[in-house]
Design a protein around this ligand. Structure first.
Ligand SMILES: O=C(O)CCC(=O)N[C@@H](CCC(=O)O)C(=O)O
Ligand SMILES: [Zn+2]
Length: 334
């Protein structure tokens, strides 16, 4: 296999490859773009106009998605997967991946859309670097732009695999993209209702890509991910890469939710009234006192059919400590 196919090994070792560009026997060009970043370019005659950004390891302890991208890259480097799409592979937070931690000092996935400029440290620099790499990659006009940012979650979930779809004023969420995600094994999609500071919010809002955060199961260390079933996602990614997606995708019972509210932790007095082992998508009844914070702030559930996602009282002050979602329908999709 070509040395550049071993991007994960290089990243884990903190090494720079001697050769920055390599060609597979099929004429696919692989180019090392910096730490944890590799561009794959098909021969011009085979290029179908799709620009696909695949990122994982924005949180360093979320290893199943990193292993999946590693496998896809090996397939390309060995000539077994024959790309028609141009692809950018990104391992988001190399230092945190090496340490097996979600982040070292700051959550990289809260530093996009300008946030890194208000901050300092290695993770702010990395967010800036990821924005630069994504901006350059998605700068070619008249090509299709698609970004999947792959994650696993801190806790168990009543719905195992789901996507979060960013929001931009005046832009409609795409039904076609949700059908594609359904084929990729996603059982639910959360439609965001305001702009955000995550990586996919940046590529969606600023770079006009279709962009999704994919949650694929519970986070575990490298080599311990056999419980996470990624066959459908892997197959669909291969099809997108090789430009041979089947026609006739359907929503197929996919559950849709919209974000009602983000619960923001304002101070060290923040207290979340949920059991530590509560699962994502747990239902909360109307009137439930969800959280309390300083100055007698009380977060009470007002929404019918509300469920909680990503409850985490340990986030830094000013950040999201959970998301309240409610069921919605496909009517608003474009
Ligand atoms: O399990 C958790 O609490 C967090 C899992 C995770 O990392 N989720 C992403 C979602 C990003 C988005 O909102 O699009 C995150 O919190 O960064
Ligand atoms: Zn994550």
């Amino acid at each position: 296999m070509l040395a550049l196919g071993k991007l994960l090994e290089l990243t884990l070792a903190g090494r720079e490859p001697a050769e920055k560009t390599q060609l597979t026997v099929e004429g696919v060009r692989m180019r090392w773009m910096g730490e944890g970043a590799l561009e794959v370019r098909p021969p011009e005659a085979r290029d179908n106009g799709m620009d696909l950004l695949l990122s994982a390891g924005i949180h360093g302890n979320e290893t199943a998605p990193i292993e999946l991208l590693d496998e896809l890259l090996h397939g390309i480097a060995r000539g077994e997967i024959k790309p028609r799409a141009r692809i950018l592979f990104l391992f988001g937070n190399p230092e945190a991946i090496r340490k097996g931690e979600r982040y070292l000092d700051q959550d990289v996935n809260r530093l996009f859309n300008g946030r890194h400029e208000l901050s300092s440290g290695s993770e702010a620099l990395r967010a800036c670097e990821l924005e630069r790499l994504a901006t350059t990659f998605f700068s070619v006009p008249e090509r299709t732009r698609l970004h999947y940012d792959l994650h696993t979650a801190i806790r168990g979930s009543k719905i195992e695999q789901f996507a979060l779809y960013p929001y931009k004023e005046g832009r409609q969420h795409s039904r076609r993209e949700l059908e594609r995600l359904s084929a990729a094994g996603m059982e639910a999609v959360l439609l965001q209702s305001k702009p955000s500071i995550t990586f996919t919010a940046f590529t969606y809002e600023t770079l006009d890509a279709e962009a999704f955060t994919l949650e694929l199961g519970k986070a575990r260390p490298f080599g311990q991910n056999e419980q996470i079933k990624l066959d459908k996602l892997e197959m669909r990614l291969r099809q997108i890469i090789e430009g041979n997606e089947p026609e006739g995708d359907q929503l197929d019972g996919m559950q849709l939710f919209s974000v009602a509210r983000e619960i923001i932790k304002h101070s060290d007095s923040f207290h979340l009234h949920l059991p530590a082992d509560i699962e994502n998508f747990s239902e909360l009844s109307k009137g439930y006192l969800l959280a309390e914070d300083l100055a007698q702030t009380r977060w009470i559930v007002e929404e019918e059919g509300a469920r909680i996602i990503f409850p985490n009282p340990k986030v830094k002050n000013g950040l999201r400590a959970g998301i309240l979602i409610v069921p919605t329908t496909a009517e608003q999709l474009g």
